[in-house]
Ligand binder design. Structure first.
Ligand code: CU
Length: 173
């Protein structure tokens, strides 16, 4: 009977961890998030494009701003961004821009009035660095949640196994 009780407690524990993980993975609010960008996060492009685009999961609006900085803190955003529906377009002063790492730091207003912001980084004119394959920052949140869930489940299973190992020899005696 004690074994059964412990198993029930273990199952409830596992269920609790699973429910917590699902709750954490569900978006807490409905405001817009960055869906994609051009250049993409971690991309390596041959040359700085004349415009950059940021596409969001929902309609966004003003106030909106984008700062694009490159090597030596050079600023290449040229004028104000244009926001149409879910897409923000920012003109870029690309002529003579140096090669290297660039960061696009955006700030837009979600349909519910909340400001949202973030940074997309990419590399200009340095092919062969392997940076094009690095999309970890864009997709990292979902992967992190899954990894956390798996780790929690493994830990819980370890506790159950530990409990069974302690119980089973006693039951055989
Ligand atoms: Cu919101």
């Amino acid at each position: 009977m004690r074994l059964l009780t412990k198993l029930v407690v273990a199952m409830a524990f596992l269920g609790g961890i699973f429910a917590t993980g699902v709750a954490a993975a569900t978006p807490a609010s409905a405001h817009a998030e960055l869906a994609s960008s051009d250049p993409a996060q971690g991309a390596a492009v041959d040359a700085l494009p004349g415009t950059v685009e940021l596409t969001f999961t929902e309609v966004v609006g003003s106030p909106a701003s984008v700062a694009i900085t490159g090597p030596g803190d050079v600023s290449v955003a040229d004028g104000d961004p244009e926001v149409v529906d879910r897409v923000l377009t920012q003109p870029v002063a690309a002529d003579g821009a140096p090669a290297g790492e660039y960061a696009m730091s955006y700030r837009v207003t979600s349909a519910d009035g909340h400001p949202i912001s973030g940074t997309v980084t990419f590399t200009v004119g340095e092919p062969g660095t392997g940076a094009a394959n690095d999309v970890s920052a864009a997709g990292g949140v979902g992967t992190g949640v899954v990894a956390g869930l798996v780790a929690a489940l493994l830990a819980a299973l370890g506790l159950v196994a530990f409990g069974l190992r302690r119980l089973v020899p006693r039951a055989r005696v």
